[in-house]
Design a protein around this ligand. Structure first.
Ligand code: GLN
Length: 491
């Protein structure tokens, strides 16, 4: 098999035995990008020279047996809202099209310290606002399973790259579902960690109380390895959680015997495609067959999650995006006669339609007179949703739901109707509001051969538990080897 198609834990063995080098592996990925990415459009920039230098340094380290970690020599690709020193961080926006990051995000610094080359930057919805990667102002990304369909969003670039074998490992960000929904649409694994588990330092902020960076990988073991590499306290992020990071990989083989899996009835109701529901329930039966107990639970306030999310996220975004004024960052309008006109013209030219819509919604929700009625109300709903989850986790260990209501939709299908697009986050946004971890893993294909995702949700800091249940399912269904892969006509 080609090196670019292998998983990180397999590559680790080959690297340690000296059967392959990191430079060889990096070159294999670069060649794969050149062959396949023109049809997929996942990469916004490729760090060819830097990644090869980083790979050479990793090879020296491995040869000398010096401080070799699980990811030493294994390239990682990064969503383009995560800063990499000296490389562009565009957020797929005209506003930052020519912006170069002057420092590394903490997650990137940790990967570099372990000797993982950073391969390139991946497309997303503009400023991570969207569910299809169609709001990117810079590129269209296509779903490797069907090039006429979206890869999901906002981490559509990472999901498409991992599915198309142009990335071994990728980092995405998830504010309302942006790691899990594209993972489901592209048939890969995506994990949103507990809020505070992974540092947000160097992630361009969308909604600061919801944003988390997390792994997007080909299998569950790789997700555990990548999460372990990036997790842990960071003094540069005041919301980062202190304390030791558990050994996630050690959880993977523990099985599910005796665990209680809750099925929240509100997540299987209206708006969920029957084929998605059936695949998810079949996956739950597999876990039951492995000794898990299954029980129905209720999260009565979950139905308000999407409405609360679309108040809180835009409110925070309208504040966070205030910094893009043409003076400090990125694009600056020409020929503005005074400073107010400069701000206005810069923002008019630099931001796309969806970003402007969010800024207007958020500014409205925060304005005097509406603050109590909308924003404060949404915060109260958020508390109720968190309490619903706390109660559910008194009865069960994890919850199982579909990740997204449907499989990947067609390019352009929901573009005209933002409310329909927002429905994509129906089942993922609750975890962000509650701050709890959630993973999406592939659980089969529909009749048209498109991937379906199973979402597992756990209590705060329960990533180990999620990885354990996910690994049990993956193992029982034959693992990645037995899973179909997208057939790319360009090959
Ligand atoms: N799709 C959601 C939105 O449009 C979530 C985005 C995200 O998680 N970054 O806001």
């Amino acid at each position: 098999m080609e090196l670019h198609a292998l998983r990180a834990h397999q590559l680790r063995e080959l690297l340690d035995k000296g059967e392959i080098s990191s430079v060889e592996l990096t070159k294999s990925l670069l060649a794969r990008i050149e062959a396949v990415d023109p049809a997929i459009g996942a990469y916004l920039s490729v760090r060819e020279k830097e990644a090869l230098q980083e790979a050479e340094a990793a090879d020296r380290r491995i040869r000398e047996g010096r401080d070799v970690g699980p990811l030493t020599g294994i390239p990682v690709s990064v969503k383009d809202n995560i800063s990499v020193d000296g490389s562009p961080t565009t957020c797929a926006s005209k506003m930052l099209e020519h912006y170069i990051s002057p420092y590394d995000a903490t997650v990137v610094a940790r990967l570099k310290a372990q000797g993982a080359p950073i391969l390139g930057k991946l497309n997303l919805d503009e400023f991570a606002m969207g569910s299809s990667t169609e709001t990117s102002a810079l590129k269209l990304t296509r779903n490797p399973w069907d090039l006429e369909r979206v890869p999901g969003g906002s981490s559509g670039g990472p999901a498409a790259a991992v599915a198309a074998d142009t990335a071994v490992l990728a980092l995405g960000s998830d504010t309302g579902g942006s790691i899990r929904q594209p993972a489901a649409f592209c048939g890969i694994v995506g994990l949103k960690p507990t809020y505070g588990r992974v540092s947000r330092y160097g992630l361009v902020a969308f909604a600061s109380s919801l944003d988390q960076i997390g792994p997007m990988t080909k299998d569950v073991r790789d997700a555990a390895l990548l999460l372990a590499a990036i997790a842990g306290h960071d003094p540069l992020d005041s919301t980062s959680i202190p304390g030791e990071v558990p050994d996630f990989a050690a959880e993977l083989d523990k099985g599910v015997d005796g665990l209680v899996i809750g099925l929240p009835k509100e997540f299987f109701g209206e708006g969920i495609a029957p084929e998605v529901k059936d695949a998810v329930l079949a996956a739950v039966r597999v876990l039951e067959g492995l000794g898990a107990k299954v029980q129905e639970v209720s999260l009565p306030h979950a139905r308000y999650a999407l409405a609360a999310y679309h108040m809180i996220a835009p409110a925070e975004a309208s504040s966070n995006l205030g910094r893009f004024d043409g003076v400090r960052f990125g694009h600056r309008a020409k020929e503005a006669e005074d400073v107010v006109t400069l701000f206005e013209k810069t923002r008019q030219e630099g931001f796309g339609l969806e970003v402007k819509r969010r800024i207007m919604l958020g500014t409205f929700a925060l304005s005097a007179g509406y603050y109590d009625q909308y924003y404060l109300k949404a915060l109260k709903v958020r508390t109720l949703i968190r309490q619903d989850f706390e109660k559910a986790f008194q009865q069960c260990d994890v919850l199982a739901t579909p990740t997204a209501p449907t499989v990947a939709f067609r390019i352009g299908e929901k573009w005209e109707n933002p409310l329909e697009m927002y429905q994509s986050d129906l089942l993922t946004a609750p975890a962000n509001l509650a701050g709890i971890p959630a993973i999406s893993i592939p659980c089969g294909l529909n009749g048209e051969g498109l991937p379906i995702g199973l979402q597992l949700l756990g209590p705060a800091l329960g990533e180990g538990l999620l990885l354990r249940v996910a690994a049990a399912y993956e193992g029982a269904t034959g693992g990645v080897e037995s899973r179909p892969k997208p057939r790319l006509e360009v090959e």
